[in-house]
Design a protein around this ligand. Structure first.
Ligand code: PHE
Length: 362
């Protein structure tokens, strides 16, 4: 018993504040984890202390896997005694990790998981990104009004909560427009051959293919679409935004549109301009959405600790739940039911780069 008490005292009187993080640093969506972590590290360099204490970040690689995610969150809480957690990237992973954080009453902020279930009926889970009912609506509106699409085929990754959700939200809005039709084709994370689905899709003679998946599969699908003679448009969601999309997809992803969170060319707040400078200085490249969202998630937690004047999990949670007009790099963030209400961006792959098309407000 005395050992347990001692551990307890040590955990709460240390002069460091421990914040956990679980992101995919290896595996199929490793590019996302690395980009996010770069944003968080920059934020931590700029703000290394709070309430006079050093902030210690503890990163666990969840490999983009649900079971690894749940284990990572358990370990961060039980062994590292973190007071808050950042992560994960993929919605399926945040659902798994979030269930553990909720049960153990440690606040968690996901920077990029957009599926609504991640925060629904949860008291301890928050996010710095928008949610997919909004992203799906933005995509459908853009497809109908700007791309003039009527016949859409959706490629849905049934292994990912994010992809299933976003496909459904897109379809719901898009089908509400006059004279439109939607057909679905299904695949699984890690699939390499999409020829059967592409043959079915081509039979529909679509003017748009919507792929709300992750970059590896989007790039391969786009390549095979091109090889099989598809010349129409392609639209994707935020899961497209990684340099790997272009590395793998090459000229097959040229012209592809996607909805996302942030583009350095369209600063949503004054802070966004400073971020571009700081990020370019540190990393010698143009900032991406995931890094910006990670940067915002970190600062939301530190702001919450500052505002609460305390770094206990309960006080951090309460401050996060009432966060208002927080000035982030990806927009102004006001938390409602754990969610952030904010703008979306449309980008297009142009000359092997991500070109800013426009910002869409909620
Ligand atoms: N929104 C995706 C999800 O919920 C993750 C993601 C966000 C990927 C932003 C890339 C960019 O799974």
């Amino acid at each position: 018993i005395s050992f347990v008490i001692l551990m307890f005292v040590v955990a709460f009187t240390e002069d460091v504040i421990k914040i956990g993080a679980y992101f995919p640093m290896t595996g199929g969506i490793a590019a996302f984890g690395q980009m996010t972590w770069q944003g968080i590290q920059l934020a931590n360099e700029e703000r290394p202390t709070v309430l006079g204490k050093k902030i210690q970040l503890i990163l666990v690689d969840n490999k983009g896997d649900k079971v690894e995610s749940a284990n990572a969150v358990s370990r961060l809480i039980d062994q590292e005694h973190v007071v808050a957690i950042l992560g994960a990237v993929a919605s399926s992973d945040s659902l798994a990790g979030g269930a553990v954080a909720e049960a153990k009453r440690i606040p968690m902020v996901t920077s990029s998981s957009t599926n609504p279930l991640v925060t629904m009926n949860k008291d301890w889970i928050f996010r710095s990104c928008f949610i997919d009912p909004f992203q799906g609506l933005v995509g459908a509106k853009f497809a109908f009004n700007d791309l003039k699409a009527k016949k859409v085929v959706i490629f849905m990754d049934i292994a990912q909560d994010y992809c299933v959700g976003l496909a459904n939200y897109f379809e719901k809005t898009f089908k509400g427009y006059k004279g439109t039709s939607v057909v679905r084709e299904y695949y699984n994370t890690g699939d390499q051959d999409f020829s059967a689905q592409i043959i079915n899709a081509m039979d529909q003679n679509p003017d748009l293919i919507y792929i709300p998946g992750y970059y590896s599969e989007i790039a391969i699908i786009a390549r095979q679409l091109q090889d099989m003679g598809y010349t129409g448009k392609i639209l994707a969601g935020d899961g497209a935004e990684a340099p790997e999309l272009i590395k793998i997809g090459g000229d097959a992803v040229e012209g592809l549109y996607f909805t996302t969170h942030y583009n350095a060319e369209g600063p949503a707040t004054p802070k966004a301009r400073e971020y571009v400078k700081a990020y370019k200085t540190k990393y010698n490249k143009i900032p991406d959405s995931l890094g910006a969202l990670g940067y915002d998630a970190y600062n939301m937690v530190i702001d919450a600790i500052e505002k609460a004047g305390s770094a206990t999990p309960r006080n951090i949670r309460n401050a996060l739940a009432t966060l208002k007009s927080f000035e982030g790099v990806t927009g102004y963030i006001t938390i409602k039911d754990g969610n952030a209400i904010k703008s979306a961006v449309i980008d297009q792959v142009k000359d092997g780069d991500f070109k800013f098309i426009k910002i869409i407000n909620p």
